[in-house]
Design a protein around this ligand. Structure first.
Ligand code: GTP
Length: 236
């Protein structure tokens, strides 16, 4: 296997499946099954999940809501998704722990790096909820931060596009995909991979980012087995 410990970043929106809001149980189950296959290969899996299927702080601000208030709502949304994912993973027979950046002790463990490491070593899937615990940061930033903290080998960003393209493939049919690209080229070409805070944090800490299509069955395991899936962003 190419990596021993990964941080998987899942988008909240992806959990909606074909719905307009909330969680599609079928999609959730599919994700849990994909993750189960990977755990079966003795890969240590940590997960950060977004909350956009429930609430986005930025959207709240556009509607006149205080940004900090909105971001707090977004952080709670990631905890709701985390609980749903935890439940789906446990239905597949996996051991899991949910740790949150904001204490909600009755519901989940607080985030403690050393405990997270121990859980991972024991083969438990660790889900990190509530983002970084701070407003103005995205769950992409939380994902990179946690990945660095736990020494993950890479961050795998599951999206609905199968990698990074020269331009938006949903708008431009001549767009071509990169198999790999450097951090520097992403910035120079003005490509969008993550927000800049998350992206530069990843670059400075030499954490490779892999963008891939999480909605294609088997993709996650193929990627980890070394098949050329998605796009890798690294320093080479
Ligand atoms: P080991 O020390 O490796 O055995 O880890 P462990 O997670 O099994 O031990 P621990 O006794 O810390 O946790 C037992 C259970 O309690 C697990 O399901 C944890 O997720 C849960 N747990 C631990 N701390 C908290 C907490 O602060 N809040 C909540 N809600 N659950 C917790």
């Amino acid at each position: 296997m190419k990596y021993k410990r990964i941080l998987l970043k899942l988008s909240g929106e992806a959990l909606m499946g074909e719905r307009q809001y909330g969680i599609d149980p079928q999609r959730l189950k599919e994700y849990a099954q994909e993750i189960k296959e990977v755990v079966a290969k003795n890969i240590e899996v940590a997960i950060v999940i977004g909350g956009g299927n429930i609430f986005r702080g930025v959207a709240g601000e556009l509607n006149g809501m205080d940004r900090v208030q909105g971001d707090h709502m977004g952080m709670l949304a990631t905890c709701i998704n985390g609980l749903a994912l935890q439940s789906a993973l446990e239905d597949e027979g996996l051991q899991t722990r949910l740790q949150t950046a904001i204490e909600i002790k009755e519901i989940a463990e607080p985030y403690i790096k050393r405990k997270a490491n121990r859980h991972l070593e024991k083969g438990r899937v660790v889900i990190f909820g509530a983002g970084t615990g701070n407003p103005y940061f995205t769950t992409d930033t939380a994902a990179v931060l946690r990945a660095i903290e736990i020494n993950a080998d890479a961050i795998l960003k599951g999206t609905r596009v199968d990698g990074i393209y020269t331009s938006d493939p949903e708008k431009d049919k001549n767009a071509t995909k990169f198999h790999s690209i450097t951090f520097k080229d992403v910035i120079e070409k003005g490509l969008k991979v993550m927000d800049m805070t998350a992206f530069t944090l990843s670059e400075e800490n030499e954490l490779p980012i892999i963008v891939f299509d999480m909605n294609k069955t088997g993709n996650l395991l193929k990627l980890l087995s070394g098949e050329q899936i998605g796009t890798v962003v690294n320093n080479q």
